[in-house]
Design a protein around this ligand. Structure first.
Ligand code: PBG
Ligand code: ZN
Length: 324
């Protein structure tokens, strides 16, 4: 055996921390992260979310101060979720000029104008039945929900939201919102489509966070987690409908889908590390089983490596404070 064996020695590039970082292929920075936040109206104090340790509902009265704190820490973008006390069958509070969706956008933009404000555009936190649209008998009525999505998007844009992020999983929602925005003079407001959204059990903690009234499930409008071809099809449909950016949700268990869509489209691609992914890491770390910070970095790095350009994550503020 020659003295050169083995010829390939990948360990040469792993010898020191300096060599390892020089040859590192994937990186993420705060520029790539969006912090999702929960804002509740008509309360005075923060409400801890027990299934998401470290995450709290923000009282609307304290939202401006929170946005300033995030900006100081280096957060560039937030996604707003409202916890409404004004529920009805249609979620009509969402399109009122002074409803919670509009107020959240205005408060955030007034507090820190350069903060990119994404408005989650759905109805499930504003309907008394908890579904993501208008009901027709036992079904969610797709086309009537589209009309309301257009109204909500225009209200959010008028209040200053930079990005409309429809998560209702209705067919045609991107086109309906694009047309409504353009007709109202908001041709510069962009659409981040939740383009491939699975009916995932990993949304469990979010239901507590958002105070969801839902009984049942969303399987008739969100995607079957077992479908890979359909996942690509859904995102490509949103691209055709005029989406400015695409998204895969959840993220960590769907890295193959992120890669597929990355290769099928040239649009920017986001991935959403959802509440259940957050909870698993937090509770695993609290039990002493894993190192939280290292697992957070590994999970987000893997999502980038799979092909995501940006990541929605509840860890964004922790990372900002730890000086990423
Ligand atoms: C609702 C919505 C959900 C999430 C974002 N928007 C829950 C659902 O679809 O049931 C989940 C986010 C998370 O779990 O972190 N349209
Ligand atoms: Zn919804």
């Amino acid at each position: 055996m020659s003295s050169q064996f083995p010829e390939a020695r990948p360990r040469r590039l792993r010898r020191t921390p300096q060599l390892r970082s020089l040859f590192q292929e994937t990186e993420f920075t705060l520029n790539d992260l969006v912090l999702p936040i929960f804002v509740e109206e008509e309360i005075d104090d923060f409400v801890p979310i027990t299934s998401m340790p470290g995450v709290r509902r923000i009282p609307e009265s304290k939202l401006a101060g929170e946005i300033e704190r995030y900006a100081r820490a280096g957060i560039k973008s937030v996604m707003t979720f409202g916890v409404s006390h004004h529920l009805d069958g249609n979620g009509s509070d969402t399109w009122h000029e002074n409803g919670l969706v509009s107020r959240m956008a205005r408060i955030c933009k007034d507090a820190v104008p350069e903060m990119i404000v994404m408005s989650d555009t759905c109805f499930c936190e504003y309907t008394d039945h908890g579904h993501c649209g208008v009901m027709h008998g036992a079904e969610v009525d797709n086309d009537n929900t589209l009309i309301n999505l257009g109204k909500q998007a225009v209200a959010a844009a008028r209040a200053g939201a930079d990005v409309i992020a429809p998560s209702a999983a209705m067919d045609g929602q991107v086109q309906a919102i694009r047309r409504a925005l353009d007709a109202a003079g908001f041709s510069q407001t962009s659409i981040m489509a939740y383009s491939t959204k699975f009916a995932s059990a990993l949304y469990g903690p979010f239901r507590e966070a958002g105070g969801s009234a839902l009984k049942g499930d969303r399987k008739s409008y969100q995607m079957n987690p077992m479908n890979r071809r359909e996942a690509v099809r859904e995102s490509l449909l949103d691209e055709q409908e005029g989406a400015d950016a695409l998204m895969v949700k959840p993220a960590g268990a769907y890295l193959d889908i992120i890669r597929d869509i990355r290769e099928a489209s040239r649009l920017p691609l986001a991935a959403y590390q959802v509440s259940g992914e957050y909870a698993m890491i937090k509770f695993g770390a609290a039990a002493g089983a894993i190192d939280e910070e290292r697992v957070v970095r590994e999970s987000l790095g893997a999502i980038k490596r799979a092909g995501a350009d940006l990541i929605f994550t509840y860890f964004a503020m922790d990372l900002a404070l730890s000086g990423i």
